[in-house]
Ligand binder design. Structure first.
Ligand SMILES: [Zn+2]
Length: 396
């Protein structure tokens, strides 16, 4: 086929070409169950077979630290770079975040040990089938009962019930949020403002039990990437700080323990022009027949006006199909984007059409999402740059 005829008859991206998260063998959801299984916690499975059991495990989750961004900045992260060879038990491989690669979804995957199709936080914003309105999963707005939304116990709860010392060390801001409740509850939450205090406290919590499962978190690398871009001076400064934090924690590990540095997703910069940013709010083709636009720029849930589902799918595929994987809800479920199984209560939270970016492009919404539409760095889709996250190991 000549170049010209390919241009005349654009082929939508085949859904089979989307690189799926490694649910069940090497995704974020597999990390805590693997660590807990190594401590003998009932109801957990060691899915990541490269990780040797350890009595005390601490997970340090750095928001937005993608595997590819870390690999590209060895000078800013000498300590983390020195750990790359130990990644995934020495195989030098990353984990996959899960779809979509976004904070609320990934934190729920980490804490529950379940893929998004089961824990039910499958996007930045999704439709609440009970109200028909969009719900922001990160801010938990509008409020809905967290226990009904995500009914499974967290791995911390399972560990706590099994006599393992479980603790979370994060910003005090997150102590009482519904997202913390559904994703991270079990054991005790310790709020500390500075990164250094969190590292020191995490090391202390690790030493507090014969068997311990500790989680700690740092947010600001992600914020720097969103505002200024990956590889901006601010982002690189944050990476240097994160590197020092990880080393500080590693140097305080008590005996029989391991530190795992990981992340919730990577990030990609998207140019500010109309070829890279499709504006849903001014594009009559994309907005025709759409009742609600959910998700985020690189991972959209599109909720159609009843009866318009097929028209919306056809149109989105025609307009965006060369640069996005565009699937119907059932196609995305069938392909396993949200995990091997989607719970019945989660089904209607997913878009009638699901669009995942392949190129460095976004579907912004300049009027309904002015803040999000102005971000430089973005994430959400299945490309390696946003999907792959490190799993770096330090053992005492
Ligand atoms: Zn983010």
């Amino acid at each position: 086929m000549s170049q010209l005829s390919a241009w005349d008859h654009p082929e939508p991206l085949a859904l089979a070409t989307a690189p799926l998260p490694e649910y069940g063998t090497g995704s974020l959801a597999d990390l805590l169950p693997t660590l807990a299984a190594g401590m003998g916690v009932p109801g957990t499975t060691a899915a990541i077979t490269e990780l040797a059991p350890v009595d005390r495990a601490c997970v340090f989750l750095v928001d937005g630290l993608g595997w590819e961004q870390l690999r590209a900045h060895p000078d800013e992260a000498p300590f983390l770079t020195s750990l790359l060879a130990s990644s995934r038990g020495g195989t030098g491989r990353p984990l996959t975040a899960g779809y979509p690669a976004t904070t609320a979804t990934s934190l729920a995957s980490v804490g529950t040990g379940l893929p998004p199709g089961a824990h039910g936080l499958p996007g930045y914003t999704v439709r609440d089938p009970a109200t028909g309105a969009l719900m922001n999963q990160l801010r938990w707005q509008p409020y809905t009962d967290p226990r009904a939304w995500q009914p499974y116990p967290t791995v911390f709860q399972l560990a706590h019930e099994a006599g393992v010392h479980a603790a979370q060390v994060s910003s005090p801001t997150f102590q009482h949020t519904p997202l913390t409740k559904v994703a991270l509850s079990g054991g005790t939450f310790h709020g500390r403002l500075s990164g250094e205090e969190r590292m020191d406290l995490a090391a202390g919590q690790l030493a507090a039990g014969d068997r311990s499962l500790v989680y700690t978190y740092y947010a600001e690398l992600d914020g720097a990437g969103h505002r200024y871009g990956v590889a901006s001076d601010t982002w690189r400064g944050q990476l240097m700080y994160v590197d020092r934090l990880a080393q500080r924690l590693a140097e305080q590990l008590p005996p029989r323990s391991a530190l795992y540095v990981t992340a919730d997703h990577g990030m990609i910069d998207v140019p500010f022009d109309e070829e890279h940013r499709f504006d849903f709010d001014t594009d009559w083709e994309l907005s025709a027949g759409v009742a609600l636009l959910g998700g985020e720029g690189r991972a959209r849930h599109v909720y159609a006006v009843p009866g318009a589902e097929n028209d919306v799918l056809t149109c989105w595929r025609e307009v965006l199909g060369e640069q996005f994987w565009v699937a119907s809800r059932d196609e995305a479920i069938e392909a396993g984007w949200f995990g091997p199984h989607v719970d019945e209560r989660v089904y209607a939270r997913l878009g009638d059409v699901v669009a995942a970016a392949y190129d460095d492009v976004l579907i912004i919404a300049s009027e309904r999402e002015p803040k999000e539409s102005a971000l430089v760095g973005n994430h959400g889709s299945m490309t390696p740059v946003e999907q792959l996250v490190p799993l770096l190991e330090v053992r005492s």
